[in-house]
Ligand binder design. Structure first.
Ligand SMILES: [Zn+2]
Length: 140
């Protein structure tokens, strides 16, 4: 077997073709090739005996998964809140009823809403899907 020297062919990993290919040695470093030129794409680059795998590949693989979990719903949309609220007990709204902050009420016209605050002595602000309304309560 002939000794590797400048100009001889070696198998090396091509950074452009991304595979092991025949390369011509451009520069030597001791007994090893230092720079090579790809016979396929003619690209000149540092000599790599093998594909630089494992570490970089696995890092890439689990990065998107991590990003997905961290960006997962920081804030619920109103639709999601409504879906959850439908499963919870809610009161039917009437002017004679008494409601407190956090109560879910069902209004005949406006639908489901969440009581934002109680305004003494007889009003509540309620967030509905489209807007927040002030409603009367505690009427006898
Ligand atoms: Zn190449």
């Amino acid at each position: 077997m002939s000794k590797t020297a400048v100009g001889s062919d070696v198998e090396a990993y091509c950074t452009k073709c991304k595979m092991i290919l025949a390369h011509a040695v451009v520069a030597m470093e001791g007994a090893k090739p230092r720079r090579v030129r790809c016979n396929t794409c003619n690209g000149e680059h540092n000599f790599r005996a093998a594909k630089p795998v494992a570490k970089a590949a696995s890092k890439k693989a689990d990065k998107p998964a991590k990003a997905k979990t961290t960006t997962k719903r920081t804030r619920q949309s109103w639709d999601e809140v409504m879906q959850e609220a439908l499963a919870k007990p809610h009161k039917r709204y009437s002017m004679s009823g008494s409601f407190g902050e956090g109560d879910w009420i069902e209004h005949a016209t406006f639908g489901l809403g969440c009581v934002q605050s109680f305004v003494p002595p007889n009003k509540i602000t309620v967030r509905f899907a489209d807007t927040t309304r002030m409603l009367v309560c505690n009427q006898s």
